[in-house]
Design a protein around this ligand. Structure first.
Ligand SMILES: Cc1cc2nc3c(=O)[nH]c(=O)nc-3n(C[C@H](O)[C@H](O)[C@H](O)COP(=O)(O)OP(=O)(O)OC[C@H]3O[C@@H](n4cnc5c(N)ncnc54)[C@H](O)[C@@H]3O)c2cc1C
Length: 588
């Protein structure tokens, strides 16, 4: 059942209480309720705004993720930032961004960030996961042991335009019977696709064609895969919490309810944290209620939400908490530390390809084309709105071993099959733009509390470009993009760099471009990292139980000690699928 308000909840005790109905929480809710004797409560803070406005300006009622058109239509996903479906977090002023404050989007809706993300489906490299296994001492986190969970999660489907996909992916590396639909682009980009592939072929080396970037070896140029199918977004909510699962009698989904703290459970031995404080209200004066798990509480509030709740619960650095009058319950200084995100920026090159090669060339500026594209999507889920944008390829690259930066820094990537940078290639007849991203950053930031009010946003400092390594990699990403568009394939159509990089002719000017324009890739991890059982750092053990306590487990992006060289949803799904098996094994 789904409850819109706390007052509707039938019980105050459940076997499991999952806090956060996002990407990982939705997976866990589904998997744990496969066992009919487990009573499970899933608590989600969003969407709170109960009325919204659709494409035609009509006001409609929102319950959960249903009917949120910007979340359903892939091409509308960019409209979700700074809306009622966003937590609307911002960073602290970033020294590495010339003092700029930037937004950090997080989904405030059932399905969490999987309901608002860019749908790019990338897993990272095998060595990313092998490094998880190595730092935790738990072989279960290695690539080969996680492959079954990758396949359990994924349901590969044909692209919605039914184009011939031979040579565009390798079926050996995909799951066909899982939950999250993945597919190749459902409308191709004739203006640039053939030239991208030709350039990859001409240049080889860094840019060599890679038939499937999700094989565990992502490097090179490959076709973009996304978490969509049939022309619509596939999120944790639309799949793992589809109506037939919401109807399970042992699953209780509570929306519009914020968890403020996890409390010591009365009458229990030692530090047992199975009691959850929650409220339907909006501010510090709102009345709170308590619910208790008989078996476990699982925190799945993500890289920002999870440490936020832990710190308010008195779990974190004792000295920091004392300074804001929060009594220490468990002195775990690693909570909120190791904040790791990937910054991105947008270099672009002007092209001179005749417009008539692409009927949608002026989609971003022409209101008639915009109305036509939505009509097409509405009629039969086709047209340019079936993709986030006109990007069909990604290039993943590494700095060469001889790069001078390695004289000063150890390699932050997980191994030689891992990328340092990524360029998502999006194009129209008049411009090819690249989303340049530092995917194996060396900078580490932190999340702290401003005060003891759980309704206030935390201080989020990702420390973008504070490591010189990341700025160096940023410049090399732009230079790699320049090399890419200098291939013979572009010779007759390339005009030159455009926008902010047009005049960035020196390294110092490239640095300015990066610092003045970079944004978040929205892939933060690491604030409740897992570590070896006996490590003197970390927040959870390799089985994801909170260190030095019982009753509380964490399963979401926050537990990753390093960011994989990838967009992070695939790794979150993998973590949640494995966490479900760990929990079932502990209690069955
Ligand atoms: C704009 C954007 C674009 C992205 N693009 C991509 C992409 O293209 N490809 C990709 O792979 N990854 C992408 N990501 C990253 C990816 O979506 C996330 O890494 C992943 O979804 C995180 O999963 P999670 O379970 O850790 O957190 P979330 O999915 O964010 O779930 C956390 C949930 O907890 C809830 N919550 C938080 N605090 C509380 C509280 N106190 N009480 C109750 N509930 C609470 C939240 O509302 C949310 O529903 C993107 C993310 C964003 C935001």
């Amino acid at each position: 059942s789904v409850y819109q308000q706390l007052s509707g909840l039938p019980n105050v005790t459940f076997d499991f209480i999952i806090v956060g109905g996002g990407t990982s929480g939705s997976v866990l809710a589904n998997r744990l309720t496969e066992i009919s004797s487990f009573e499970v409560l899933l608590i989600e803070a969003g969407p709170r705004s109960i009325f919204s406005v659709n494409f035609y300006g009509l006001i409609y009622f929102i319950a959960s993720n249903d009917g949120v058109i910007n979340s359903i239509v892939p091409g509308f996903a960019f409209n979700l930032a700074n809306t009622p479906f966003d937590w609307n977090f911002t960073t602290t002023p970033q020294a590495g961004l010339n003092g700029r404050v930037i937004g950090l989007q997080r989904g405030f809706i059932l399905g969490g960030s999987s309901s608002v993300n860019g749908m790019v489906y990338t897993r990272g490299s095998s060595s990313d996961f092998d490094r998880f296994a190595q730092v935790t001492g738990e072989p279960g986190w290695s690539w080969s042991r996680l492959l079954p969970y990758i396949y359990k999660n994924e349901k590969w489907v044909a692209p919605v335009d039914n184009h011939n996909t031979a040579g565009q992916f390798d079926p050996r590396f995909h799951g066909f019977n899982g939950f999250i639909k993945t597919s190749l682009p459902g409308i191709l980009n004739p203006a640039v696709d053939s030239r991208v592939l030709q350039a990859a072929n001409e240049l080889n080396g860094d840019f060599e064609f890679n038939v499937d970037m999700n094989s565990g070896s992502p490097l090179g140029t490959g076709w973009l895969q996304s978490t969509s199918g049939g022309g619509t977004r596939s999120s944790a909510a639309t799949s793992y919490l589809a109506p037939q699962f919401q109807a399970r009698p042992n699953l209780h989904i509570l929306l519009n309810t914020r968890v403020t703290r996890i409390l010591k459970t009365k009458g229990s031995n030692g530090l047992t944290l199975r009691t959850v404080e929650l409220t339907s209200g909006f501010d510090i004066t709102s009345p709170r209620a308590l619910v208790t798990a008989k078996k476990e509480v699982i925190l799945s509030c993500g890289t920002v939400g999870t440490p936020h709740i832990l710190l308010h619960s008195g779990i974190g650095d004792k000295k920091d908490l004392a300074a804001i009058n929060i009594p220490s319950v468990l002195d775990l200084p690693s909570v909120g530390k190791n904040f790791t995100d990937q910054p991105l920026f947008f270099p672009a090159f002007e092209l001179n390809i005749p417009n008539d090669i692409d009927p949608w060339a002026n989609l971003s500026t022409d209101p008639t084309l915009q109305a036509d594209s939505f009509a097409l999507w509405n009629a039969n889920r086709t047209g340019p709105l079936v993709n986030l944008n006109r990007a069909d390829h990604i290039v993943w690259g590494r700095l060469p071993n001889s790069s001078p930066i390695f004289q000063k820094f150890d390699d932050p990537s997980s191994g030689t099959n891992s990328a340092h940078w990524e360029i998502i290639l999006a194009g129209s007849p008049s411009v090819i733009s690249g989303v340049g991203t530092i995917v194996s950053p060396n900078s580490r930031g932190f999340l702290k509390l401003k005060n003891n009010n759980p309704f206030d946003s935390p201080l989020i400092n990702p420390a973008y470009f504070e490591s010189e390594f990341d700025l160096f990699t940023g410049r090399e990403t732009i230079k790699a993009f320049r090399r890419f568009v200098s291939a013979p394939a572009w010779k007759d159509v390339l005009i030159g760099p455009t926008g902010d990089i047009a005049n960035a002719t020196t390294d110092a000017l490239l640095d300015d471009f990066i610092r003045n324009t970079a944004l978040s890739a929205e892939h933060p991890v690491g604030t409740a990292s897992m570590s070896k059982r006996d490590a003197n750092w970390g927040v959870v053990n390799p089985d994801l139980l909170l260190k030095r306590a019982s009753g509380l487990r964490i399963a979401d992006a926050s537990i990753m000690p390093f960011v994989p060289c990838a967009h992070t949803q695939a790794s979150v799904y993998i973590i949640a699928e494995r966490a479900a098996d760990i929990i079932k094994a502990a209690w069955q």
